[in-house]
Design a protein. Structure first.
Length: 293
């Protein structure tokens, strides 16, 4: 196996690890917003990640060059504020399984952003595979939802836009510095805002918040906002943003499984079949050309 092919293979493997971590984000958010406000949840998960990142950076992180500060700041705006904020408000009214399918347009959105700002040029066959994958999962969502999208879906689409931009900028940074350092600096950059807002928006009576909601917040901060990006940023840098982003086609179906286990939401044979088809498209896309210019 040639070195570029090994890098792509490792990137895809790390991508699956990241997706497995991210798959619990929507169910955990759905559970948390029953007791915690979306504003507090957004700020607190970023603050938790920032507090974890401080000792990680102190133990061996590298300071980024000044030229990377704007991109780190924009990544923080998208990943520490935009995506969690929009999903937090959306999850007050949407089932986790429904939201998971709407967010499934993220792989296609990320490929588009990578083509626009990261100089990746997927082949026509790759675009066909990405569009087919997005059509598969969105069509599945529309079929389940009676042919209509709900009001919270607009917020989820804004979340998708934030994530696609944040992923692409993070991948660019991860080619110049360790993936661990990239997400660490992103959440540390957000800490001067996230920490005061967490305090300002804290629950009036923390004792009334369920232990499950606090546990979900801890997962969102430590895993979804931080450790999951160790694998994800490295995957995007190694395998290419457009190619590795297609791994997220399987994320909705992992979300369905978690929603069924944690929230009692139904999952059936149709869902399983669509998940298998999405996985097949991921592996097909891995063999299609994506050039860098």
């Amino acid at each position: 196996m040639t070195p570029p092919r090994r890098a792509e293979t490792l990137g895809m493997a790390l991508g699956f690890v990241g997706v497995a971590v991210f798959a619990a984000t929507l169910p955990a958010t759905r559970l948390a917003v029953t007791s915690l406000s979306p504003e507090f949840l957004t700020a607190a998960r970023a603050a938790i990640a920032g507090l974890i990142a401080i000792p990680v950076l102190a133990a061996g992180g590298r300071a980024p060059p000044w030229r990377d500060f704007p991109k780190l700041g924009l990544s923080a705006l998208c990943l520490a504020a935009g995506f969690p904020g929009f999903t937090g408000f959306a999850m007050r009214s949407l089932p986790a399984a429904h939201a998971g399918v709407v967010v499934a347009v993220l792989p296609l959105a990320t490929a588009v952003v990578a083509a626009l700002i990261d100089r990746e040029r997927p082949s026509p066959a790759f675009w066909a595979s990405a569009i087919l994958g997005a059509a598969l999962v969105v069509g599945f969502a529309l079929r389940r939802g009676g042919g209509v999208l709900e009001g919270g879906d607009a917020l989820l689409l804004l979340a998708v836009a934030c994530a696609a931009l944040g992923y692409t900028w993070s991948a660019q940074l991860s080619r110049r510095m360790p993936a661990r350092d990239v997400i660490s600096w992103i959440v540390v950059f957000a800490l001067p805002v996230s920490a005061p807002l967490s305090f300002a928006w804290r629950p009036a009576d923390p004792a009334e918040v369920s232990a499950l909601a606090w546990a979900c917040l801890l997962y969102l901060g430590a895993m979804s906002m931080y450790f999951g990006f160790f694998a994800w940023n490295a995957a995007l840098a190694l395998g290419g943003v457009a190619r590795v982003s297609q791994v997220q086609l399987v994320q909705p179906f992992l979300t369905f499984a978690l929603a069924a286990a944690l929230l009692g939401e139904a999952i059936d044979a149709e869902t399983a079949i669509c998940a298998i088809l999405a996985m097949a498209l991921v592996f097909a896309g891995r063999r299609l050309r994506v050039a860098a210019v």
